[in-house]
Design a protein around this ligand. Structure first.
Ligand SMILES: Cc1cc2nc3c(=O)[nH]c(=O)nc-3n(C[C@H](O)[C@H](O)[C@H](O)COP(=O)(O)OP(=O)(O)OC[C@H]3O[C@@H](n4cnc5c(N)ncnc54)[C@H](O)[C@@H]3O)c2cc1C
Length: 361
């Protein structure tokens, strides 16, 4: 064996798993077929759960120093204010959402990985996988085109939504694709809404625009329509466009997260809509649970623990998406009534804020 554990995929989830194993003294290899880390901002919200989990590795303070602390959410309906949410109502030392582009989060993760003596073996792809009584046998394609076969005690597939590991294990990825064509843009904008809060712009027509500040002069705008920039409220002037993308979203979960000595984490195990900003955070939670269980010798319970948690979070994101994107009708009127009249009440805010921040009790 050239390592105890092989982690396939060095996105935020694979790197977190490697850090968590290395700091416990586990011999780990981390491979990724891509040549470099992502330069895209992708997941921009780090929630409280992640800040708590990454405390032990020393990453939380670095993330806090790099990100923006967001303490309020403003809800609007067809351009008029509907409700304000005060996230500081959450009874927690981290009573804010931390906004940081995923490229930055990954940069900090990889730096910590290096400090712990780890590294990402890039241009190294898992191409074959088999298991027997002695463990896991894998075939890797190496930089330059050579191959390597190796045995490991355990393998973690953190290789994203189109996971090679999941497919090699024949684990069904159950669910479906949403019909909507989503779009996002990272922009610099002149507008009257400030740069220190998230904004949810609802419309009676059903179109939704969500914005998150991701830098002193930059916001992420995202919509479940193909025309995100057209939904910016009047009085907004885009002064720079840094990234635009259109994408489809699926709600899928692996039927199980484990087959023999192989395990799944992150997008390899679950994908869902960006509503609620849970994707990367849920994957980081998987990674921490995997490392903890590996060290404690309790990996047998990994899937039984993680699958229901994943299903619950997928349900939350699906409900959030459906409620925000309601079409005209009774349900939408009821939602608007609740947002305008119930949500501003302080006791209600005390209940909502921890949920929005991903505080797990
Ligand atoms: C446009 C966009 C916007 C998003 N916005 C948000 C958001 O606002 N909030 C949020 O929470 N999430 C968001 N996400 C999702 C978030 O980016 C993912 O949840 C997160 O990246 C998952 O991390 P991961 O480590 O599981 O997988 P990934 O980041 O996908 O990493 C998987 C890695 O595995 C490698 N790999 C794949 N196959 C192999 C193989 N066979 N051998 C070796 N390496 C392999 C890949 O090269 C990749 O580096 C967004 C995603 C996109 C694309």
């Amino acid at each position: 064996m050239s390592a105890e554990v092989l982690i396939v995929g060095a996105g935020p989830v694979g790197m977190t798993a490697a850090i968590e194993l290395l700091r416990r003294g586990v011999d780990v290899r981390l491979i990724d077929r891509s040549e470099q880390r992502t330069e895209l901002s992708k997941a921009v919200g780090i929630n409280v759960q992640t800040l708590e989990l990454l405390q032990a590795s020393g990453l939380t303070d670095r993330l806090l120093a790099a990100g923006l602390k967001i303490r309020a959410a403003h809800l609007h309906l067809d351009g008029t204010p509907l409700a304000d949410l005060d996230l500081t109502q959450a009874d927690h030392r981290y009573n804010f959402l931390l906004a940081l582009p995923q490229s930055e989060t990954e940069r900090l993760l990889e730096a910590r990985l290096g400090e712990l003596g780890g590294r990402v073996e890039r241009l190294t792809e898992l191409t074959g996988l088999g298991q027997d009584a002695n463990g896991v046998r894998v075939t890797l394609r190496l930089p330059g085109g050579g191959t390597e076969t190796m045995r490991v005690r355990a393998l973690l597939g953190a290789d994203g939504g189109r996971s090679t590991v999941r497919e090699a294990l024949s684990i069904p990825f159950l669910g479906a694709r949403y019909e909507e064509q989503w779009s996002l843009a990272d922009i610099s904008v002149d507008w009257p809404y400030g740069m220190d809060a998230v904004n949810l712009f609802l419309s009676r027509g059903g179109d939704v625009l969500f914005t998150v500040p991701i830098g002193p002069d930059r916001i992420r705008a995202i919509s479940q329509t193909a025309h995100v920039l057209e939904l910016l409220p009047s009085g907004s002037t885009v002064t720079g466009t840094h990234w635009e993308s259109q994408f489809r979203v699926s709600l899928r979960q692996a039927e199980r997260y484990q087959e023999g000595a192989c395990y799944l984490a992150g997008d390899a195990a679950h994908v869902h809509s960006p509503a609620g900003g849970r994707g990367m955070n849920l994957g980081i939670w998987d990674a921490c649970a995997f490392a903890e269980r590996y060290s404690a010798g309790t990996l047998a319970g990994y899937s039984a623990e993680r699958h229901p948690i994943g299903a619950r979070i997928l349900g939350i994101t699906d409900r959030m998406f459906r409620i925000t994107a309601l079409e005209p009708g009774l349900a939408q009127s009821a939602r608007n009534f609740v947002l305008r009249n119930i949500v501003p009440l302080k006791p209600v805010q005390r209940l909502i804020a921890p949920n929005l921040l991903g505080i797990e009790r």
